[in-house]
Design a protein around this ligand. Structure first.
Ligand SMILES: Cc1cc2nc3c(=O)[nH]c(=O)nc-3n(C[C@H](O)[C@H](O)[C@H](O)COP(=O)(O)O)c2cc1C
Length: 127
């Protein structure tokens, strides 16, 4: 299956409703067998998507065309044997000081470089 990780920046002109994004994402992802993690820090997003290659690429194409964010940069696109981010239709953290621990748990099974990226992002947030 495909694991795709990207970062993006929220448009400053938009008021980002994370709950709305998550609700829709989880509905779609459940339908498509996609799981992953969405990390939001200030205006920055870091997201991991895992699932069937065609489904993940289709979801990413939709996400990339979403005017609520821009400057998407794919950090990693690799085939994985099993999900590394758990079974969440789209996990996130609540922005509290426990973000590092939460992300740490979710990325326990991920490749070292992937884990480092997420832990670094979460750590910056907690700092
Ligand atoms: C940061 C961010 C992450 C998103 N993540 C997902 C996602 O994981 N799955 C998804 O279907 N849509 C996601 N979306 C929403 C898509 O951009 C798009 O609005 C949605 O897929 C459209 O669904 P619909 O065609 O069913 O209305 C995300 C949007 C943003 C801004």
């Amino acid at each position: 299956m495909l694991q795709l990780i990207y970062v993006s920046t929220a448009r400053s002109s938009e008021t980002i409703d994370l709950d709305d994004i998550l609700a829709k994402s989880r509905r779609n992802n459940r339908r498509d067998g996609i799981t992953g993690l969405l990390h939001a820090k200030g205006r920055r997003f870091l997201q991991a998507l895992e699932g069937d290659v065609v489904k993940v690429e289709a979801a990413y194409a939709r996400i990339a065309g979403d005017p609520r964010h821009f400057a998407l940069v794919v950090l990693s696109r690799r085939l994985v044997e099993a999900r590394e981010f758990g079974d969440w239709a789209m996990a996130t953290d609540d922005g509290s000081g426990t973000a590092v621990a939460q992300v740490g748990k979710l990325v326990e099974g991920a490749a070292p470089s992937v884990r480092g990226t997420f832990e670094g992002f979460a750590g910056m947030r907690a700092a």
